[in-house]
Design a protein around this ligand. Structure first.
Ligand SMILES: C[S@@+](CC[C@H](N)C(=O)[O-])C[C@H]1O[C@@H](n2cnc3c(N)ncnc32)[C@H](O)[C@@H]1O
Length: 297
C-alpha cells in the first residue's frame, strides 16, 4: 500500500468494543486492517469483511502473523448473517463498522478524488455493474439532481445536474469537476470544502448503494450479537450518522439494544491535528440486551 490508512479513533473503538481474548468480533469494513490489528493484539478473534478485493489481499498479507485468529471475507457486509452462517458462527461479541473510503481507495486510479484526473469509476467493489461514468452519462437530469441533493446535501443540485447533462460525455474526474463548476452560480460560497466535494460524495454513495446497504445491515447485524455484545459504528457524514442513530433508537425501543453513547463521540483535537481525515468522524456505540425475558403473566 502506498500510504497505509490511519485507523480513526482507535482508542475509542477499543474502549467501546472492549475486546476480550478468544472472543469473536466482526470487522465489517476491515480495509487496511488497523482496527482489526488492535483487536487481534488484544487476543481477540476477527472476521474481517471487505468488498474491495485489492485492499483485502494486501491486508491479508499484512495481518498474516495472526494466523487462524483472523478470517478474511471478500464480500459486502450486507451479507453478514450469511457470512457467519457459512463459518458456523451463531453469535459474536462485537461488531465494528468504520464506514466510507480507505486512503488506499482515495489514492487509487478509480476516480474517488476530485483532485486527481482519473476515469470515472468510484466502485468499491469492482464487480458492481454501475460505474460513476454510466451514472453521469446515462441518468436522467431529474434523477441526477435527486441523487446530488439527497446524497450530497448539495444546495445547487439542480444546476449541477443540468450542467452535467449539457457537458456530456464525461469520461474523467476532471470533466466532472468542470461540469460541476459550470453548474454552480458564480460567487456561490463553499466555506471549508471544495465545490466538488458534495457531488462526488453523492455519486459515490449512489454507485455503491451505501445508505440502503447500511440501513439494511445494521438491524440484522445487531441480531447476531451475543447478550452484552457491542456494536460500534464510525460514520463520516450526517446521512450515515442519521441512519445509525435511528437504527439504534429503533432497536432500543424494541428492547434489543442499550445505547451507550447518547451523543456521538468525536475525535480528540490531537487526533484531528495528526490525521485531518478523521475530522468528520462520529462514533456511536450500543450494547445488546437480552430480549428473552419472561413477561409477567
Ligand atoms: C474507512 S475504511 C476502513 C478502514 C479500516 N478500519 C482500517 O483500520 O484500515 C472503509 C472500508 O470499508 C469498505 N466498505 C465500505 N462499504 C462496505 C460494504 N458495504 N461491505 C464491505 N466493505 C465495505 C471499503 O471498501 C473500505 O475499505
Amino acid at each position: 500500500m502506498d500510504q497505509v490508512h490511519i485507523p480513526v479513533m482507535i482508542n475509542e473503538v477499543v474502549e467501546y468494543l472492549r475486546p476480550e481474548k478468544d472472543k469473536i468480533y466482526v470487522d465489517a469494513t476491515i480495509g487496511a486492517g488497523g482496527h482489526s490489528e488492535a483487536l487481534l493484539n488484544l487476543g481477540a478473534r476477527v472476521i474481517g469483511i471487505e468488498q474491495d478485493r485489492e485492499i483485502l489481499e494486501l491486508t491479508r498479507q499484512r495481518l498474516e502473523r495472526f494466523g487462524d485468529r483472523v478470517i478474511f471475507v471478500n464480500d459486502n457486509f450486507k451479507r453478514l448473517p450469511q457470512i457467519l452462517e457459512e463459518h458456523n458462527i451463531i453469535e459474536v461479541a462485537g461488531i465494528l463498522y468504520d464506514l466510507g473510503l480507505s486512503t488506499f481507495q482515495i489514492d487509487s486510479e478509480r476516480g474517488f478524488s476530485f483532485q486527481r484526473d482519473c476515469p470515472l469509476d468510484m466502485r468499491m467493489d469492482g464487480n458492481l455493474e454501475l460505474t460513476a461514468k454510466n451514472l453521469v452519462n446515462e441518468y436522467h437530469e431529474n434523477e441526477l439532481s435527486r441523487i446530488i441533493r439527497d446524497y450530497g446535501e448539495e444546495r445547487w443540485a439542480r444546476g449541477i445536474a443540468r450542467s452535467i447533462v449539457r457537458n456530456r460525455p464525461l469520461d474523467t474526474t476532471f470533466h466532472l469537476v468542470e461540469a460541476i463548476r459550470r453548474g454552480i452560480p458564480r460567487g456561490a460560497r463553499y466555506p471549508k470544502i471544495h465545490y466538488a466535494t458534495r457531488t462526488f460524495q453523492a455519486i459515490r454513495i449512489a454507485v455503491n448503494d451505501e445508505l440502503e446497504v447500511l440501513d439494511a445491515s445494521l438491524s440484522t447485524a445487531i441480531s447476531k450479537l451475543t447478550e452484552g455484545g457491542r456494536i460500534v459504528v464510525i460514520s463520516f457524514h450526517s446521512l450515515e450518522d442519521r441512519i445509525t442513530k435511528w437504527s439504534f433508537l429503533q432497536e432500543a425501543k424494541e428492547e434489543r439494544l442499550r445505547i451507550i453513547t447518547r451523543k456521538p463521540i468525536i475525535p480528540q483535537e490531537s487526533e484531528i491535528r495528526s490525521n485531518p481525515a478523521s475530522r468528520s468522524a462520529k462514533l456511536r456505540a450500543a450494547e445488546r440486551i437480552c430480549q428473552n425475558y419472561l413477561s409477567p403473566e
